[in-house]
Each structure stands twice: as C-alpha cells, then as structure tokens.
Write a protein that binds this ligand. Structure first.
Ligand SMILES: *Cc1c(COP(=O)(O)O)cnc(C)c1O
Length: 552
C-alpha cells in the first residue's frame, strides 16, 4: 500500500545543484553551503549531499548540535558552526571534527581542553564583529583572542583555519565599511604570524551583488535554495530556481450554496453556489494564519483557487468554483500546490511574504515537522502528462474543439501547435480565439511573426506566433511576449519555448491512409483556407506542473 504523506515539501535536487553551480561560477570562490534550521526548512541531510556533490566546499550551521546531527547523518565534509552558547558541546564538536567559530577566549580554551583530552586538534575559525553588533569579537578583543589562538596553535591543540564576519546588508557604504574592518582584522592576524586559509564576509545578498566582498569564500543560504533575498528582484533575475515545492491534496469536497459560512468565525461566506475543497495544511505546517482572507491562491488542476475563511492549525478550505465554472472535474486525492517556482506558473513564497509583511526566510523555516521533505531528482518539469488523443471528423469539429480549449485557457497558458499545412491549425486557433472571446479574425500568423488579439470580455489576450520562421530562441526573446499575461499559441514552436516550464503541446495529424491531398504549393495568407474534410487526430499533452492534472 502506498503511504504517500498528505503534506509534502518536494525538494528538487537538480534545482539545488544548479543553484550551487551557478553561485560557484558567478562568484568564482569557495562556497560554504548554509544549512541552519534544517536547511531553511528544506531538510538538512537531503540538501547537504546535493550541495556537496555540486561543489560546495563546506557546510555552515548555527549550533554545534546541528553540526553533530549532520555528522550522525553521515556527512563527512567540513562543517562550520558559529552560534556558541556557554554550555555548547565542545567535546562533541572536537570528537566529530566540527569547525567552531570562536569569538571569545573561553570558547578557545574549552576547545583546547577537549582537544588535549582527546589527543587531537580542534579546528577553529575566528569570528569578528565588523558592524553587525551581534556575536563576533569586538575590535578591542581581536588582539588578545588572536594571540591566544596562535599560542594554542603552536601548542598543537588548535588549528586556525579562517577568519570571518557577517554583513548587516544596510547598504553599499555600510557593507564597504564592514569589508574594511574585516581587512584590518586579517592584517592584524597576519602581523601576528598567522595566514588564514579562508576569509569570508558575504552571505547571499553580497554573494550576488558585491563582488568586491567575496574574498576567497562566500557563505550562502537563501540563494542556494533558489529564493531571493531582495524584495525588488526575483530569484529568476539571478538565474536561480526555487528548490521547494510545497504540496498537499484535497481530502474532502463539499458543495456549498451561496450564503454558506466557511471555517471559524465565518470570516468568509460563499457569495454564490460553489464547491469547497478541504486541504490538510494549516498554520502548524507553515501556512501562516495571517494569510487568511488575503486572497492567497493555491493551484488545483493547474488553476489558481483561493484559500477562503480562517486558516486553522491543521487545515484550510479552498474555493474550487473556478474549476467548476470551467468544467474541470476534481476528486479527493487531487494534488494541491501551495507554492513553488513562479516561473512554472505556481504561486510563490515571496507572494506569501509580501501579503503578510514578512520575508521568505521566515516562511520556509516555519514549514512544520508534519510536512515530509521528499527529494526529487529532476524537479517539476520532467513529467510528461498523459496525452489525450481526439478523433476530429471535420473542420466544424476542429472549430468546436478550439472553442472548448479557448474557454479553458487562462493567462500564462502556452500552446505549441504542430501539424502539416492544411491540417487545420488555423481552424483550431480561430475556435480558441472564439472560446476566449478575443477580437478576430484569427488567421494564419504567416508573414506577421506574432499577432495579438485583445480580449473583448476582459480576459487575457491571445498572442498567435509563427515560430516556424523564427531562427532561434533569441529572436523569440526579441518579440518580448508577455507570456504571463497572455495565452500564447506558437505554431511550430517546439524547441523554442519549452524552457517556459509548463506548456501544452497540440499535434494535428492526418490518420495514416488518408490522402495527402492538401499540401498546397500555392499557400496563401490563410494556409488552411482550402483545408479538406478528411478526419484528423489531435493529440493534446500538458507538460510541467501547471498541467499535472491534464489539459482538458
Ligand atoms: C544565515 C547566515 C548566512 C546565510 O545567509 P543567507 O542570506 O541565507 O545567504 C551566512 N552567514 C551567517 C553567519 C548566517 O547566520
């Protein structure tokens, strides 16, 4: 029997590895992969292996206990921890070869004592405060701390591997001033006769935007998880892909007549007859209660559906009325995506953060212990969904299919339409335009590259592209299409636009045996004009998370 959990944080190892490689290439220095707080909620053991495989040189965590737990999980790469309390397990740190960031002489002495006892060497990095006013050594304490570390190194009890500090991200001038402070700490250390192997200051923000502060190593958390530390720039702007897709499922369906009150205190009352879905995901699992009533959407069958009423500890309710309106059927067990990669058409954790005035960091680290972290090798884009093959008798049936598709399309849908000349591509497109309610006439895009048909009903425009005549993806980029805000039909676009993450492929074929009568040499503006009435097969396939539950 399958025991698929009701709450899943899918961790894309390929996204994680690609982010690590990208950061290594972008910075050109060593990368310490930061995995405090269960790898920002992503699951530390899963993330650690993938990050090391992709070229991270070391793992960074806050507490000694987090470091020891990773060792016990079988991670044998270097691990650095930097938030050291008075009763920290120094013996355990030395026993498990954990590098400890020291900012006080007492910490050095405790590590040296453990090393003496265990007859080995404690590796340390010196943590200096350069302006954040948190846990590094203050400038006045640098000299005594460094001198004692060097003494213990000479006594064979301690190895000083590095020196580092942490930025306040309070602006370019403040960051530069912190860099200058770190420079003086390094200079002091060298003056005392110690050459540190590792010097580091930058976390994600500076790793992405301040090359002068990279030294020979950066410590990166958020960017490695494919999330942006900036409110005005997305991770995609930096070439990073979100690693986590947060999922649940429908565990109940309920028809609700207009006037039905939903969840605690009836903060939501159904305005019209609708269908409600129950999702076993609540604030104990990391869906903030403050998102209640903000209009936050989840994706069900590729359609955005709002969370309605109060979010409870274990569950929330979503309004599935939009699915019903479009004739899309849902069942108990259907997948619900809470957030994921916005480039793949999914809601984003950044959107949650904006709605409730916090940062993505807080939200991912708040994902609760009931959510199963599950590693997936190749992310969300790999799945080819089941195809639907339809037998279309004549142009009228093709037109009707178009109308049906058009009614179901929403902004962000991308259709790759393929078929020989005269197969009925234009007839289908014309039907799609009619179904969407856009201004016509929809004709073959030949000779125009791209034509936009605005909506007459307040919906998304239809953009019709002839990709056959585009030389490459760069030319497509030049068209500057608004993929998110439109429905795009690209004729012959396979290979050009698949990087969008989710798309629909429609292939029109003549059944074998049918005459290839219409292969017109004299193609006119509307190449389907003299289309024959032979039957066709139309195969419709959805790719990517948006079409997980099919297209029609
Ligand atoms: C959390 C942390 C980091 C990583 O910060 P990101 O912004 O997630 O990259 C780096 N260094 C220290 C000391 C930290 O506490």
């Amino acid at each position: 029997m399958s025991t698929k959990p009701m709450r899943i944080a899918e961790i894309s190892l390929s996204a994680l590895k690609s982010n690590v490689r990208h950061l290594r290439e972008h910075t050109g220095v060593n990368l310490i992969a930061v995995m405090k707080s269960n790898a920002y909620g992503h699951g530390a053991p899963i993330v650690a292996r993938a990050a090391l495989e992709a070229g991270a040189m070391m793992i960074g965590v806050a507490d000694v206990d987090e470091a020891i737990a990773l060792r016990k999980d079988g991670i044998d790469a270097p691990i650095l921890c930097w938030l050291i309390g008075p009763r920290a397990d120094f013996d355990g740190a030395v026993e498990h070869c954990i590098e400890v960031a020291v900012s006080r002489i007492e910490q050095l002495e405790a590590l040296a004592a453990a090393a003496r006892e265990q007859q080995c060497v404690a590796t340390v990095q010196l943590k200096v405060d350069t302006g954040l006013s948190r846990n590094g050594a203050s400038e006045a304490d640098w000299a005594p701390l460094f001198s004692r570390a060097i003494e213990l190194e000479r006594a064979g009890l301690v190895r000083v591997r590095g020196v580092f500090s942490h930025l306040s991200n309070a602006g370019e001038a403040a960051d530069a001033a912190q860099g200058a402070q770190l420079d003086s700490a390094v200079e002091l250390l060298r003056g005392l006769g110690c050459e540190p192997e590792l010097i580091h200051l930058a976390a994600s923000e500076a790793a992405l935007t301040r090359p002068s502060l990279h030294y020979n190593t950066v410590r990166v958390g958020m960017a490695m998880y494919g999330l942006s530390s900036f409110t005005d720039r997305t991770s995609a702007d930096f070439g990073l892909t979100p690693v986590m897709t947060l999922k649940s499922e429908l565990i109940g369906l309920r028809e609700a007549p207009a006037g039905t009150g939903v969840s605690y205190e009836y903060t939501h009352v159904a305005e019209r007859d609708t269908l409600l879905g129950l999702v076993p995901f609540g604030y104990a699992d990391g869906l903030p209660r403050a998102l209640s009533g903000t209009g936050t959407n989840v994706m069900v069958a590729g359609v955005a559906c709002p969370i309605v009423g109060r979010i409870a500890m274990d569950q929330c309710v979503v309004d599935l009325g939009e699915l019903v309106a479009r004739g899309i059927s849902v069942e108990v067990g259907d997948e619900v995506v809470l957030f994921g990669d916005p480039a793949a058409g999914l809601p984003s954790v950044d959107d949650w953060a904006r709605r409730i005035g916090t940062i993505n960091y807080e939200l991912v680290t708040d994902i609760g212990p009931r959510v199963a972290r599950i590693a997936v090798e190749s992310g969300q884009v790999e799945t080819k969904q089941q195809s639907t093959t339809l037998h279309i008798a004549d142009p009228d049936a093709m037109h009707a299919l178009g109308i049906r598709l058009g009614k179901s399309f929403v902004a962000g849908d991308l259709v790759i339409l393929t078929g020989p000349l005269g197969a009925g591509k234009t007839t289908l497109s014309r039907g799609i335009g009619e179904g969407m309610g856009v201004r016509g006439p929809v004709t073959s895009p030949t000779f125009v590259l791209a034509r936009t048909h605005p909506s007459l009903v307040g919906g998304a425009p239809l953009v019709h592209v002839d990709a056959y005549r585009l030389a490459d993806a760069a030319e497509l980029d030049d068209l500057d299409l608004d993929f998110e805000g439109s429905v795009v039909i690209a004729e012959w676009g396979a290979g050009l636009v698949e990087e969008r993450g989710s798309w629909i492929e429609i292939v029109i074929e003549r059944p074998t045996g049918a005459t290839a009568a219409a292969t017109p040499a004299d193609v006119t503006l509307d190449s389907d004009a003299d289309e024959d009435v032979e039957p066709r097969t139309v195969t419709i396939t959805g790719y990517g998370p948006r079409y997980r539950n099919g297209v029609l």
